[in-house]
Design a protein around this ligand. Sequence first.
Ligand SMILES: [Cu+2]
Length: 129
Amino acid sequence: MTKSHITVAALGLLLLAPIQAQAGAKDYEFQPVAVDVKNGAGSELAVRLVHKPSGKPVEGAVLFRTRLDMSPDSMGEMTAKHAATPGGVPGIYRFKADLTMAGGWALKLQAKVPGEAETVEGTVVFQAK
Ligand SMILES: [Cu+2]
């Protein structure tokens, strides 16, 4: 093998690595367990984290950043207090939220998933009634 062959092979690896990492995080999706939720204090929101290629729920994800706002109704600056509720069904992540207005609420999540190097991000929209 000549020196130029080695260089081409190394370049190929460098180009492949970021593409594979990107595909990894996109394999995951947050979905609402139920879109319709109660408007008011202590409202229960639940999301399911799914590994799309296998269709399986993902356990043990660490949701390290969440934001709940009314961006679906053009009120992105209107946020609601919320807290994770521990326990429950594996692969389902629950929150109690103090909703202050009926309408569309977006729960924006950033998560670390076991075995996935990239941060998994998602937005789930709920309708408070
Ligand atoms: Cu609002």
